[in-house]
Ligand binder design. Structure first.
Ligand code: 5AD
Ligand code: SF4
Length: 458
């Protein structure tokens, strides 16, 4: 295309037509926080005149919300950018933006990729409409400034889930922990908590729309603090204000989780008895190099406390294999801790060095890839055993399920979760999405419980 043609083409771009709403497609990778951030971005863009589309083929703008936590997460994004490159050749008016953690980590480097027009870090989303306008003038845009205050508290996220049952609410952003392996404090900046009144307002609006469950999100919810409101107080006021709403939260930190929070959970039946408590490793030496600030014994002590205060609480965790200097003994310590705790569920990863983190600067990434994978395989196999055992315990019992969706396997079945976060699949039997039902568990796999309706709705 000649330069002149290009100019004419640009001047005809849809943004310039009054009344025309350019279409935005958002693709999200990574954690629950990113899912919620994409909803915030959708709200900002909608206000600026964009309409949100679920069909990438009709989009004028594609934003890809990215994760940097491990190298394979970033490799996937590079792969996606290759696809967008092909798409851009076909549709020259297409604009592509990379937002989120990878944008923050790689900054200008991303703009060297011809496909990328804008780069926006997690605290720059309010600037996206201006940045996109800039691309209309043929300029690329970048904003990776991190903020000490931004919580997007005043923005009502545009929910993009298909069923309207369960929603994420960010209660804080950033992380002050600096675990040595983790890139998050660099990509998401310092910790800041959101005004609790805005949290309550957001839940109120969700409850009016028919939502039945919310998950309070933060990198480290236990360090939530706004004035004199700590996490336990926030939980209490949410639970009291919304007695018909199921309340979940994630992620807890073993060094910060308080008895006060556990006791609050025990007092309110609408707070789900489920805690995600990443351990990372079962070896105190490794934990020290990871800068986790607790020992194996501290962790086990926390678990003991949870079991004492909340006897039927499910516990899941995150585990990293092959961290710098991890010996065969350290690995065995992880396996033995997993057995001792008998986690109900775990997310398991092999260590992936992230440049500029404390671990990358201070330690050698010295566990060979083959060993990392071997250990990861062992950890996954053990967790499969533990998850199956945990599920088998439920056979014969009656559980309360919030119906979330139609089962992926069969249109005749519905699925939903118990307060302990077990996925349950059961025949429809006249129930609908959003109902809370009692299910008698008859069978299970490592991933799901199976059952049938027990004496009508809960
Ligand atoms: N390599 C592997 N796993 C990591 N995680 C965070 N950083 C890394 C890394 N560099 C895992 C941790 C964390 C979860 C969100 O991701 O287990 O809890
Ligand atoms: Fe990363 Fe540790 Fe913060 Fe979690 S608590 S985001 S692992 S630095």
């Amino acid at each position: 295309m000649s330069e002149l043609k290009k100019d004419i083409f640009k001047s005809l771009k849809p943004l310039y037509y009054s009344g025309y709403r350019p279409k935005l497609y958002i693709e999200t990778y990574g954690c629950q926080m990113n899912v919620n951030d994409s909803e915030v971005v959708a709200a900002i863009m909608q206000k600026a005149g964009y309409s949100i589309t679920k069909d990438i083929g009709e989009a004028n703008v594609i934003l890809v919300n990215t994760c940097s936590v491990r190298d394979n997460a970033e490799q996937r994004i590079w792969g996606r950018l290759e696809c967008f490159k092909v798409e851009k050749k076909r549709r020259r008016d297409l604009t592509v933006g990379v937002i989120g953690c990878m944008a923050e980590r790689l900054k200008e480097t991303l703009l060297e990729n011809n496909t990328v027009d804008i780069v926006a870090g997690p605290d720059a989303y309010r600037k996206l409409p201006d940045m996109l306008e800039q691309t209309e003038r043929g300029q690329k845009g970048i904003n990776v400034l991190l903020s000490r205050e931004e919580t997007y508290a005043d923005i009502s996220p545009v929910r993009m889930d298909k069923t309207g049952v369960s929603a994420f609410i960010s209660i804080m952003r950033g992380c002050n922990n600096v675990c040595s392996f983790c890139v998050v404090p660099y990509t998401r900046g310092v910790e800041r908590s959101r005004n609790p009144e805005t949290v309550i307002d957001e839940i109120l609006s969700l409850s009016r729309k028919g939502y039945r469950e919310i998950t309070l999100l933060g990198q480290n919810v236990d360090s939530y603090k706004y004035g004199n409101v700590n996490f336990a107080r926030l939980l209490q006021s949410v639970a009291e204000t919304f007695p018909n709403m199921r309340i979940r939260f994630s992620t807890s930190h073993p060094k910060d989780m308080t008895d006060e929070a556990l006791e609050t959970m025990s007092r309110y039946s609408n707070i789900c008895n489920y805690i995600h408590l990443p351990v990372q490793s079962g070896s105190t030496e490794v934990l020290e190099r990871m800068n986790r600030k607790y020992t194996r014994e501290d962790y086990l002590h926390r678990i003991e406390k949870i079991r004492k205060i909340l006897p039927d609480c499910a516990i899941s965790t995150d585990i990293i294999t092959g961290f710098c200097g991890e010996t065969a003994k350290d690995h065995r310590d992880t396996l033995s801790l997993m057995r001792e705790v008998a986690f109900d569920f775990a997310y398991m990863f092999k260590y992936s060095e992230r440049s500029n983190t404390k671990a990358a600067r201070m330690f050698e990434d010295d566990v060979p890839e083959k060993k990392k994978i071997e250990r990861l395989t062992e950890v996954i196999a053990l967790q499969a055993e533990l998850s199956l055992k945990s599920h088998r315990k439920h056979i014969g019992s009656v559980v309360e399920v919030l119906v979330e969706d139609v089962s992926k396997r069969s249109n005749e079945d519905l699925c939903g979760r118990t307060p302990q976060n077990n996925m349950v699949v059961f025949p429809k039997s006249g129930c609908k999405i959003g109902d809370t039902v009692k299910i008698k568990i008859t069978d299970c796999t490592q991933a799901t419980l199976k059952g049938k309706i027990y004496g009508g709705q809960a």
